[in-house]
Design a protein around this ligand. Sequence first.
Ligand code: ADP
Length: 411
Amino acid sequence: MNILVLNTGSSSLKFQIIETDCDMIENHTDKILAKGVIERIGNQAELQFSAPGHPKKIYSKFLRGHKAAIEEIINWITSDESIIDGISSLKDIHAVGHRTVHGAEEFKGSVKVTPEMITKIEECTELAPLHNPANLKGIRAVNETFGENFPQVAVFDTSFHTTMPQVAYIYGIPYKYYEQYKVRRYGFHGTSHRYILQRYCALKNIPIEEGDIISLHLGNGCSAAAIKNGKSIDTTMGMTPLEGLVMGTRCGDIDPSLIEFIAHKENITLEAVYEILNKESGVKGISGVSNDMRDIEAEIAKGNQRADLAMQVFSYRIKKYVGAYLAAMNGAKAIIFTGGIGENGPHSRNIILDNMSFFGIELDQKLNEEITKGKEGIISTPNSKIEVWVIPTNEELVIARDTYQIINNKC
Ligand code: ADP
């Protein structure tokens, strides 16, 4: 079955077409048939499409909205120039899977999209005002281009964390705000953490219920998840993705009092402070250089001390959460790095896990240097009490598999 996986942002759309079925899922042989990115929708958009064995197609075109973007994808995949294996017409796309950001307490797993589900996703919008409306645009655009009854599945970033116990998700504020407004910790990146769990268990040949891991998703957004007996019991992002680790541009955990303090000192609105905390903070804010770890590393090599400080603060926060989760879980079998920095950053991996012999964690320096650029493998020594792995994430694959299983009621 060929699944179109869509990750829709307010002005962007990323897609993959993945062939999957029960047998492929079992044997980890699911195939990516094509992928692409469309940016600046609503403007002169930039489009990049690629399929194995074909040159990348890069061009620019005015696209009024998400429907026009999806039509552009359809035109490409059904045109002679792409010749994607097994796809010659729209009929060869069998279902669409959507990355959907916030499912609140409502969605404990992925669901088939129906008018009733669309209403429920709209109801979660208050908690994710930037993301859910964009995801809904993608769902509606598919309705308009593929037809009302075309099978679609929504896969939520929050679902994996709905197993968190109250002790991990209740904030230390009046309980009535949870009861009245559902103010609580939800967690995000759930699809990535779930992939890491599934892949680790497959590599170790153990059932999911034996997955006791700390998953570190370190990309532009960063989060850690404590996964015990195959279930998320805690994670660093909270009611919004601003909480927890220090990220590319987000501040992570801070003293809430500083929000009013900065607003007062700078004579700016609360909204302006949140904009700073979301877009001008984290590694970018500390270093004054960039939110991109490659730039930070280049600056460190030149002796830039603020860049070095940003790297140290970024890594120290992760180290503290690793310690906290080892306490919350009473130990773990593995710590797993993923995301752009987790997969490619031996330098930060080293700082994060340096000097943790108390926990019996020992990195193999050579393996740590070697495992980058999409490679998967163990980077701890045989003596390490807790294994350390690098596993490249694959959220699209999880979305394709969920879509297949829900549409077919299988596996
Ligand atoms: P997103 O969260 O948007 O999916 P990614 O998972 O692609 O982002 O991660 C982006 C981050 O990965 C950036 O900070 C980037 O600098 C970092 N990164 C990518 N390649 C490398 C590398 N070779 N060394 C260090 N960091 C890298």
